[in-house]
Design a protein around this ligand. Sequence first.
Ligand code: GUN
Length: 278
Amino acid sequence: MAKIIDGKAISAEIRSEIKEQLKKLDKKPGLAVIIVGNDPASKVYVRNKRLACEETGIYSEIYELPEETTQKELTELITVLNGCENIHGILVQLPLPKHIDAESVIMTISPNKDVDAFHHENVGRIMTGAPRFLPCTPAGVMELLARSGITVEGKECVIIGRSNIVGKPQAMLMLAANGTVTVCHSKTHNLAEVCRRADILVSAVGKAKFVTADMIKEGAVVIDVGMNRDENGKLCGDVDFKSVEPKASYITPVPGGVGPMTITMLLKNTVAAFEQSK
Ligand code: GUN
């Protein structure tokens, strides 16, 4: 039987640490969140970010822009926020509508306020081991491991998925922690065989029940970054929890695993941006 890594509890612990830390400050860190259009999932994420800011004592401004917002209008808003003294972090919720080039929008965010760590300068810093901000979801995974007493050094770490938001930065953080890292993707041969090498398996695929028991080494740590809907419309991860859990030593549930950590790491980055602005 695996130990369940309780992301909700670990997240609450970190949030209360942040809250205590902020009580000692005479000024509040500020976060601006921009959402364009009506994507229902994005709306929920943005609402949760606002609530998390309120809970911890971070000042927040939410910009809800209509679907037809132009790239120019969006970048003009970012330019204004780049110059705002009470705003230390800026986040543009992805995905953006198709007529907007997300890459160039992200590049207009000041690297000093880029709390998602998506700007090329911040990505480069992560690559070279001198991060300004840690990417939120991968950092959340590292925090879950650390607070569960799981070390990465010397371990076989296998990541399924190579996105810019999770897979690639996750590989960098695990490498920085001295793990031996393999990144798998849709073109990987013998995926199950590669996964069975993993002491720590991180799945960020986006397909329900993608990771099955035959892909797991006995006693592996299984981290599920997936956020999917099953055949009944219920929220579930990438991992077939029922079959995998008995083989794993530790496993994260969905919901209540990695999910709550992403926003908590965003709060941490906003506080870091505030501290760095002094
Ligand atoms: N959409 C899904 N995940 C993320 C994230 O981590 N940051 C932003 N800005 N948008 C997202």
